[in-house]
Ligand binder design. Structure first.
Ligand SMILES: C[S@@+](CC[C@H](N)C(=O)[O-])C[C@H]1O[C@@H](n2cnc3c(N)ncnc32)[C@H](O)[C@@H]1O
Length: 408
């Protein structure tokens, strides 16, 4: 493991997968290419790595050799002479940083690449293509179409179910699916990874509070006067159990009370999981969900509500000045979003990483089509957008992974 771990991403991914699968890991390239750097490159290579780490690129689980290969190939491709030239180019180009992020993140490791998984599991899932395809056909015939999700991700979910059911191979699981129709429901449950938390990934909230909200407020003064009373519109999709949209709402309320923002806020929050939406609408959270929050937020916006009926954990309710800013909908993000109107900012975090590349393209198109000109799109820390696909986006803030639509 190298010295430049990013504090957030890998830990969060591991936590996210706790109890749910064997984990999502960064891509490790095993190709054995012969290559050599000119002498004296190692210092610049370290500089490149250090710089990218500061820009939020996560190198945990990426072997040095793989990193070096990527740099080497990139230098050749861009026809830069050496590491030093590439380094100075990289420092000036946000597109290039984004490209680099894309080459080493946004990959879900194949089952065979994950350590600590019993060999029998790996073999039955990866070498037994026919059985794996048969399982997908079985699910499809029962009404569950999994074409939209990445294969490696599905393999992790199947593995998770096999291990929960204490089975040793895929054939046993297939027989079980055939005789237990309720397993479809359980599998869907395992697909919807709801992990989320208030103010997840600090850099996003720093950017929203210090740049985005103040900018959207000033924008109203520069444009027509009537905008001042017009709501800032934000989409949070998927929103899971509400922590993300409520974090946005709390920052907005704080800035209003300080007189920094005057425009009202309207958040539309969507998720496919009805249980998550119900929890979000109730807006009760246990102490463990809020004890990492800045005391300003807990004292201003949370009040003790009741004890959890089963666990007896204290539940805290969010005040109505926060909840009234958010409207929740049980909605599938693979569908068009036009009915929700246009937005100034869209948060689509920790979703793209699970879906197939084709669906990712469609979802991004849907999202961008409901952004106002010059609107902002924020995606998850370990996700990337391939800007060569001409979405009409540019990078706005690389640390928080925020993009902006080009004004036509
Ligand atoms: C990891 S959570 C992300 C929550 C939040 N954006 C965050 O980053 O903390 C992923 C969510 O995606 C939802 N989801 C999965 N497939 C979906 C779909 N097709 N449409 C809408 N939501 C979906 C799941 O139910 C889950 O709540």
């Amino acid at each position: 493991m190298n010295n430049h771990q990013h504090p957030n991403t890998q830990n969060e991914l591991s936590k996210m997968e706790k109890d749910q699968s064997y984990g999502i890991f960064r891509h490790i390239d095993e190709m054995n290419l012969f290559f050599s750097f000119p002498k004296n490159s190692s210092w610049h290579l370290q500089q490149i790595k250090q710089f990218l780490t500061e820009q939020g690129v996560c190198f945990e689980k990426v072997r040095d050799r793989y990193f070096q290969k990527r740099v080497y190939r990139r230098i050749k491709w861009l026809e830069k002479k050496d590491c030093e030239k590439y380094y100075s180019f990289l420092r000036k180009s946000e597109e290039e940083i984004n490209w680099f992020k894309g080459t080493i993140s946004d990959h879900i490791l194949a089952i065979s690449e994950v350590k600590n998984i019993p060999k029998a599991f790996q073999k039955s899932l990866e070498n037994d293509r026919n059985n794996f395809n048969l399982l997908l056909v079985l699910f499809k015939s029962a009404g569950l179409d999994l074409d939209n999700y990445r294969e490696h991700y599905l393999q992790h979910r199947v593995l998770n179910r096999i291990s929960k059911l204490k089975m040793s191979n895929l054939s046993a699981y297939i027989s079980y699916v055939k005789t237990h129709p309720e397993e479809i429901h359980n599998f869907v449950g395992s697909l919807a990874i709801n992990t989320t938390k208030f103010f997840r990934n600090k850099s996003v909230w720093v950017y929203l509070e210090s740049q985005l909200f103040p900018f959207l407020n000033i924008q109203s003064q520069n444009e027509t006067k009537s905008l001042t009373n017009k709501s800032i519109r934000i989409l949070s999709a998927p929103c899971s159990s509400g922590e993300e949209p409520y974090s946005i709402a709390m920052i907005h309320e704080k800035l209003c009370s300080k007189g920094i923002v005057h425009r009202p806020l309207e958040i539309v929050a969507l998720d496919i999981d009805i249980d998550a939406i119900n929890k979000a609408q109730t807006a009760f959270y246990g102490r463990s969900s809020i004890n990492h929050l800045d005391p300003y937020y807990t004292s201003q916006f949370f009040h003790f509500e009741s004890l959890h009926p089963k666990t007896k954990e204290k539940l805290f309710g969010l005040s109505s000045e926060i909840t009234r800013k958010v409207k929740f909908f049980n909605y599938n993000l693979f569908e068009s979003l036009e009915r929700f109107g246009k937005f100034d900012v869209i948060f689509c975090r920790n979703f793209l990483i699970y879906i197939s590349k084709e669906r990712e393209f469609d979802v991004l198109k849907h999202l961008i089509s409901v952004l106002n000109p010059g609107g902002f799109l924020n995606i998850g820390k370990s996700e990337t957008i391939d800007l060569s696909l001409d979405f009409g986006l540019k990078i706005k803030d690389i640390a928080s992974n925020t993009f902006q639509t080009l004004k036509l």
